[in-house]
Ligand binder design. Sequence first.
Ligand SMILES: Nc1ncnc2c1ncn2[C@@H]1O[C@H](COP(=O)(O)OP(=O)(O)OP(=O)(O)O)[C@@H](O)[C@H]1O
Ligand SMILES: [Mg+2]
Length: 1041
Amino acid sequence: MTLLEGSVGVEDLVLLEPLEQESLLKNLQLRYENREIYTYIGNVLVSVNPYQQLPIYGPEFIAKYWDYTFYELKPHIYALANVSYLSLRDQDRDQCILITGESGAGKTEASKLVMSYVAAVCGKGEQVNSVKEQLLQSNPVLEAFGNAKTIRNNNSSRFGKYMDIEFDFKGSPLGGVITNYLLEKSRVVKQLEGERNFHIFYQLLAGADAQLLKALKLEKDTRNYAYLNRKLSRVDGMDDASNFKAVQRAMAVIGFSEEEIRWVLEVTALVLKLGNVELEDEFQANGISASGIRDRRGVQEIGEMVGLKSEELERALCSRTVETAKEKVVTALSVTQAQYAQDALAKNIYSRLFNWIVNRINESIKVGTGEKKKVMGVLDIYGFEILEDNSFEQFVINYCNEKLQQVFIEMTLKEEQEEYKREGIPWRKVDYFDNGIICNLIEHNQQGILAMLDEECLRPGVVSDSTFLAKLNQLFSKHGHYESKVTQNAQRQYDHTMGLGCFRICHYAGKVTYNVDSFIDKNNDLLFRDLSQAMWKAQHPLLRSLFPEGDPKQASLKRPPTAGSQFKNSVAILMKNLYSKNPSYIRCIKPNEHQQRGQFSLELVAVQVRYLGLLENVRVRRAGFAYRQQYRPFLERYRLLSRSTWPHWNGGDREGVEKVLEELSISSEELAFGKTKIFIRSPRTLFYLEEQRRLRLQQLATLIQKTYRGWRCRTHYQLMRKSQILISAWFRGNMQQKRYGKIKASTLLIQAFVRGWKARKNYRKYFRSGASLILANFIYKSLAQKFLLGLKNSLPASVLDKKWPAAPYRCFSTTNQKLRQLFYQWKGKKFRDQLSPKQVEILREKLCASELFKGKKASYPQSVPIPFHGDYIGLQRNPKLQKLKGGEEGPVLVAETVKKVNRGNGKASSRILLLTKGHVILTDAKNSQAKTVIGLDSVAGVSVTSFKDGLFSLHLSEISSVGSKGDFLLISEHVIELLTRMYQAVLDATQRQLPITVTEEFSVRFKKGSVDVKVTQGPGGAEDSKLSCKKKGSRRLEVAV
Ligand SMILES: Nc1ncnc2c1ncn2[C@@H]1O[C@H](COP(=O)(O)OP(=O)(O)OP(=O)(O)O)[C@@H](O)[C@H]1O
Ligand SMILES: [Mg+2]
């Protein structure tokens, strides 16, 4: 049966059928071959190293696992991280994730995946992101300094690491603390065949630019360094140079200053250079062997780099000061001793540097003490190791793994079964191997191997590794998990694999034979005081700070704790720490020894499955219950799922839990009610409960939201309503006030008008009504007066003076014009009034002349100033002529000498012309006989020229008595006067207006017919004398004037 459709094998080994080692292995193999590397045993995750990048990581998968619950998706490390994180965030339980497995099984990778998942899902924000970044970036730095290529793993962790990530109440990371365990420092000076020193050395040489290398006095070639394995410098798939850049970047992100980064690199370089210091035998007079330095250049370079006198370093390396309470004795060291000192110094410098780096990181990521925090610990410790030649390091590493297995047993198998017993739950016991006995063998305070080792180290007298082994043999001769040549011999066993200087421990994961060689030394971990003092004297701030015991003031003769006891203590602290937390397990399995993808070695995995106790794990799991919780917290968490317990429950906790579970109709097989706890068999039931709770929470949240929103809307509405009423009240009030104001103002105005009107009506008589009109009139009048008076003073002196003053205001301009007209008329009238009748007569004649000739005849203007004389021949003195005119007709109007143009030839002859009121009389000048008398009534018209000449034609009507002779063509010197008077005479006599035609061509009717007269102006003007008439033919007369 599978939880998910289409899953490969079973995803949870609890469901495996039949449950045997073989089927378990086959299931793992089947899944592995289908690239399913993760499998559950309940909440324990089994991970098989794929040795290839699988497409199951990254943000997309993180999001997926964040959204689903544990059993809804395929088994994954993200699911485990998710459960752990949620438990921390929501249930406020500190967590620890224990990652165990052999070297190369994938623990470090797993820890990084857990960290990256948690970093991706926990809170966000600038501050939080920088904390996350610092936590994540601690990995590359620690791996560079603490990991190395081994035969088993190209990136093997050579130190143990436990990292506490600390969160605030919201689940956002605040920082963390890293604890490191026992760095495998022997690697600094010596590596096995096919292994490398710590990565950083290779990274530094490959990645540093020329300038940095020069500053550190290093050369690029790794073969130049004695501490680096000369045969192996590169690891496939590992780019040391780019990793170096990444490490530098990571250090900067964590908060290392540039100076600190430089110091770290200088100290690293120092270790490399120290390895190259060659020691040689030196002659001493006393015959005791002594050592010296072959080539001082290296020492000098070191001295220059860290500010230390080279002699000082040389002395520290090649001699030793033994100090007692009383005296100081300096002894020379043999070459072997000096080399030992040299290596010890290198190892110490490096391991202390490593500790310093961890502390420095902790300083950056540490959290203030005041804050309440939740903790998630991730333990990635070196895996169980069985080498060909196992030494002290493997011993402590395996001890640590043994302890972790113990935690696993205690917290899963043992604790589980004991709890069932405590709670009175019916239970079938499952056998499992309890490794407490092995742990005891190693760590027992008085009778443990570590205690023996310490005792041996501290014991005065001759101590050596073999005395230590002898002690063990003696003490553990009967111990079931201890073996050595001696115990074997005693039991008559023959085992050629067991060396003389070896002992063997049957660890939970298998038997490991340890060579006791250098156990004592390594446990002592002593550094000659001369060396630490020399280091302390260096000017280099970091190097100096690594050796505080070198300070003579602090020097104490007390021995520092041994490496073994230190390790044991730190493991004890770790265990205490782990026990206080809610554990999650990742059991890493290595599928093959060759770091090959797709290879699944059944034997190798079988061993691991066995020692990891996976089968027992499944059995306990199957027999037991996946989840348990005390009634009170359980009820608190789930009581919202039942109507009887929510929102109030007054009964007991257990009854409450029963009620809740009953209401959810969870089958009784799934449940067991202990004394203090409720047990739930399958995780699915728990997930069901969780899911129900989630849904219910949503409902409740909606309810709260609904209620809150309702309340908010109501209060808001009420507030709005109140405000609206207030506003409208104010508005209406204001509007009415305004209206009232308007009405009042209007009323007042009307009242005022009416009152005014009434008052005016009543009191009109008292008023100077029309005062303004009067005033205006007055002003107008005064202006007019002023204008008129001014005009009066500047009137033109005579009619002929046309200069008339302009009107001062435009309103007077018409008046002014009129006045001007009046003035001139008045002036004219005045002039006329003073005239005598005679003068009037003269002027009337002149006026008539002007009407007749003005603008028509050229001689007119000359005639104007000359008064009409009338008599130009002295008629008074000529009685004959007087007789001619006939007395009854009154005075002669005109008497003058004219010329008559002859009709026949055009020649002129003088005649006297008399014009009376009734006639025109023409006489001969000599005989004063009236030749022709023409009644004015028979004068039909007159033609004159427009020139200055005096020619004129009298056209007679045909019926006249003289008409038979025809018209007269006459020339007069006073033609204007003559014709004017003739015109008046005709008018007076006949009431007829005499037609006077001004023309240059006219026809004159004569007796024989009419003659066309054409008058032309000659060049000489129009004097009579010059007037010449020429007859052209009988019908045409040309007159030149
Ligand atoms: N999940 C994985 N996906 C891909 N490769 C992996 C995975 N886990 C492990 N590996 C590969 O296996 C190698 C060894 O893994 P890792 O360094 O995590 O082992 P380890 O258990 O920490 O070993 P050690 O105890 O020596 O430190 C990694 O360098 C990587 O190449
Ligand atoms: Mg590792």
